[in-house]
Design a binder for this molecule. Structure first.
Ligand code: NAP
Length: 529
């Protein structure tokens, strides 16, 4: 048969790992599959998985022949039955026949489920299909088994005669992924090609860091959000956000610990900044339910630093071996570094500097840019909404700069506690609209009110904003919150959470790399934001 000559696994020159990126294609027609596989090649994939179970009509010989004939990349044929999470609901013999046809026509890879692998191998015994590598797969949509059970599963799959072992499990907690990394490393040492995927958003690190830990391939979608299994990143994100080709066994892992975390711009900023200075690190989103469990599990020097956000900043203080004095006073850590010499965790707070310098710049701008040694916050009445991690950072910072601080919080006791700690006043949040001790006060929202998706919410009535000379909002998704829009309409100077975000990110970068932050680059990357 006349097939284009495509290489199966040879990695391109210059890449630091051999892990392939496979684009899963789910389409109702062969024509659409052809379009998608060419797009996958153009965007930098190594191979394409064609999900035969997604086709509306399917003539195995004709359609597989057409697809192989037009392949711009190696093809993996998967015909997933309903009983293994797919869409095929017909006769099993017909399904396995189609996979045999794919082998006969020279498919590069086919996928056979573990449950039917012995039966499938029996049916092809005595025949040789040199071109096709068989992936034997097992999917667990509920959990990730113990390391011992995973090892046994690898052995069972190998025993079928599989060329490549595929295990896809589900992350109930991000710590589950560590077990997959363990068997990945173990399999690599024993030269067993293993695709180890942990599904769900909590399993994202398995899909990116498999390049570091020696996985055979990962899946990346053509369009973000259009996935064939839960938690798949896009091909673009793998290549350009996480710099997948440059990941190597010695690449250090950094990331943002939080819940929720998917909205964060930090991966974009920090990975680009790492790249610009040639720093061998990757920064990834870490959806963490239990930070103590996370830090205990990922305690090796592969994992060198973390940003910390909602709701873990206060717990993080207790979990660090040492805490910077400023972070200790604030009672919140938003940046953790693993000290290379002894592996100890050191906690910092970079929110404080980011927020306060942004507000000072805003006030100075209002005063015709005059830069004085004395902070423009000195003597001002500074109202902080919120008493969580960001609230403490802003309140502590404002106090340090000589402001008189008032804390308004939904839970009054927390407002009282913070006010007592910094020598300020406390206010129930319900009284904020009528609070008017003087004109020209400063207002800082440090709660998540107004954040995507609840963009219509605001912590204070518009009419009350006229008593303030500057309004700052810690929320940066969206950049212009309802609070800021209404403050601007009321003629008040505004400072966005974006300014704080960029300021705290400089600090994170410097803590992680020990290098000065490329400030111009940070602003350039974020300019369209
Ligand atoms: P946190 O420690 O969980 O504190 C949340 C605070 O918000 C608490 O005071 C809480 O009040 C209050 N709150 C939450 N939902 C509320 C609601 N519906 N009504 C009234 N009050 C509410 O969180 P955090 O770490 O301080 O983060 C807060 C926000 O700051 C997040 O949106 C985060 O993304 C943002 N942030 C932005 C930057 C940046 O660079 N711009 C940096 C850090 C954080 P209770 O005490 O009553 O629960």
């Amino acid at each position: 048969m006349d097939c284009p000559n495509v290489l199966i696994t040879a990695p391109s020159v210059g890449r630091k790992n051999a892990t392939l990126i496979c684009v899963p294609v789910i389409a109702e027609s062969v024509e659409k599959m052809k379009i998608h596989m060419h797009k996958a090649k153009a965007e930098g994939a190594d191979l394409v998985e064609l999900r035969l179970d997604s086709l509306n009509t399917f003539d195995p010989f004709q359609d597989i022949n057409t697809l192989i004939h037009h392949r711009p990349l190696p093809l993996l044929f998967t015909y997933r039955p309903k009983w293994e999470g797919g869409m095929y609901d017909g006769d099993e013999n017909k399904r396995l026949d189609a996979l045999r046809v794919a082998m006969e026509l020279g498919a590069d890879y086919i996928d056979v489920e573990l449950k039917v692998a012995h039966q499938f191998y029996d049916s092809i015994r005595g025949k040789t299909y040199n071109q096709t590598r068989v992936v034997v797969s097992s999917h667990n949509f509920e959990l990730t088994p113990s390391t011992e059970d995973l090892s046994n599963l690898v052995a069972r799959i190998q025993a079928t005669g599989a060329d490549i072992v595929k295990i896809a499990t589900t992350a109930v907690d991000i710590a589950d992924v560590a077990r997959m990394f363990q068997i990945m490393v173990h399999s690599q040492v024993r030269h067993v090609p293993l695709i180890g995927i942990v599904m769900d958003d909590r399993g994202l690190i398995s899909r990116v860091l498999c390049a570091k830990f020696g996985g055979y391939l990962t899946f990346g979608t053509l369009e973000s959000g259009v996935v064939s299994a839960p938690g798949q990143p896009s091909l673009k994100d793998l290549l350009h956000l996480y710099n997948f080709r440059a990941l190597a066994p010695d690449t250090k892992v950094y990331g943002l610990i939080g819940k929720p975390v998917s909205h964060s711009k930090s991966p974009m900023l920090l990975n680009e900044a790492f790249k610009s200075v040639g720093f061998n690190g990757v920064y990834i989103i870490l959806l963490v339910d239990n930070i103590a469990n996370f830090l205990r599990t990922y305690s090796s020097t592969d994992f060198m630093g973390f940003s910390v956000t909602i709701p873990h900043k206060e717990t993080a203080v207790k979990l660090c071996d040492e805490v910077d004095p400023v972070a200790k006073s604030i009672g919140a850590v938003n940046c953790i570094i693993r000290r290379p010499t002894d592996g100890k965790l050191i906690g910092y707070n970079t929110d404080y500097i980011g927020a306060i310098s942004a507000i000072e710049d805003g006030l100075r701008g209002k005063h015709n840019g005059s830069s004085t040694v004395v902070s423009p916050l000195a003597g001002k009445l500074f109202v902080v909404i919120g008493a969580g991690g960001a609230g403490k950072a802003v309140a502590y910072g404002a106090k340090e700069k000589g402001a008189r601080v008032v804390i308004a919080n939904r839970t009054y006791d927390r407002a009282r506690e913070l006010a007592d700690a910094i020598g300020g006043e406390a206010l129930p949040l319900a009284d904020l609209d009528n609070f008017h001790l003087e004109d020209d006060m400063i207002l800082a929202n440090t709660t998540s009110i107004g954040m995507i998706p609840k963009v219509d919410e605001t912590p204070i009535s518009k009419h009350a904003l006229k008593h303030y000379s500057l309004v700052f909002d810690v929320v940066y998704t969206p950049k212009m919150t309802r609070l800021l829009k209404e403050a601007e309409e009321a003629g008040v100077t505004i400072v966005t959470g974006f300014e704080m975000f960029i300021g705290q990110a400089y600090g994170q970068f410097e803590n992680f790399t020990g290098l000065p932050a490329p400030k111009k680059l940070f602003r350039q990357i974020m300019k369209d934001y």
